[in-house]
Design a protein around this ligand. Structure first.
Ligand code: ZN
Length: 238
């Protein structure tokens, strides 16, 4: 099996390849189903991430927090279990936008590491608030633990934005939000479809709007020419 064979989470490993394609706007990577020859849509990759995130909530964040609430595990055990889950989901999400673990470069592994270390900081704060009683061990704590898994969606988009920017050096990179029908918070509605310069503070990335980590909206990147006209890079490339 060649090194280019790879997979987004939960897909059938043997049937997915990470390929380089030439577009009008330069090289892009795509996932291709080797059994049909068809490209795999970003929607499918996102659906895999949503399934992974939901499974991590059901399989790790919730049972760990319930076990802590019921005094079946210590706070230290809860924290190390949560840290492991945080690492797994975020690493997998960055890998999904990088052609799978096998195709991750040092830059991408470094980005995943940085995201995970940031999450560990939040997790330490969460643990401290449980310890002091500021965070009661009720439904809110369980929901909050779940959000650590959901945050992996934002990590996927963060990697996608960074990779597209790196692939277009010297160009003016643009970003827009594509609204998911289920996302109807004010930010998701008002941002939908409008192009912003990447890094413009008026553009709030997926995962940081009112709906926070539960956001299922997508993002498209684009390049602007001298006249300001934007050529979208499409949803399915990386
Ligand atoms: Zn929203």
């Amino acid at each position: 099996m060649g090194t280019r064979r790879t997979t987004p989470p939960n897909s059938d490993v043997s049937r997915v390849a990470w390929v380089t394609v030439q577009t009008r706007n330069g090289e892009q990577h795509r996932y291709r189903d080797t059994s049909t020859g068809r490209y795999i849509s970003a929607r499918q990759v996102r659906a895999d991430i949503d399934r992974m995130v939901d499974a991590a909530g059901r399989g790790a964040a919730r049972p760990l927090t319930e076990a802590l609430r019921d005094r079946r595990i210590s706070l230290a055990e809860w924290q190390s279990g949560m840290a492991r889950a945080v690492k797994n989901v975020n690493y997998a999400a960055v890998a999904s936008a990088s052609g799978g673990v096998q195709n991750m470069t040092a830059v991408e592994r470094g980005r995943a590491g940085h995201i995970i270390r940031e999450q560990y900081k939040h997790l330490r704060n969460f643990a401290k608030e449980i310890e002091t009683g500021k965070q009661p061990l009720d439904g809110r704590a369980i929901r909050r633990a779940d959000m650590y898994m959901d945050a992996a969606r934002g990590s996927y988009h963060e990697q996608k934005r960074a990779a597209e920017a790196a692939a277009h050096p010297g160009q003016v990179m643009m970003i827009r939000s594509i609204r998911h029908p289920g996302d109807s918070c004010r930010g998701c509605i008002s941002l939908s479809g409008k192009w912003f310069k990447m890094g413009d503070p008026e553009y709030i990335p997926v995962g940081r709007r009112e709906c926070r980590t539960s956001c299922r909206c997508s993002e498209e990147t684009g390049v602007a020419d001298e006249s300001g006209a934007v050529a979208g890079l499409g949803m399915d490339g990386y």
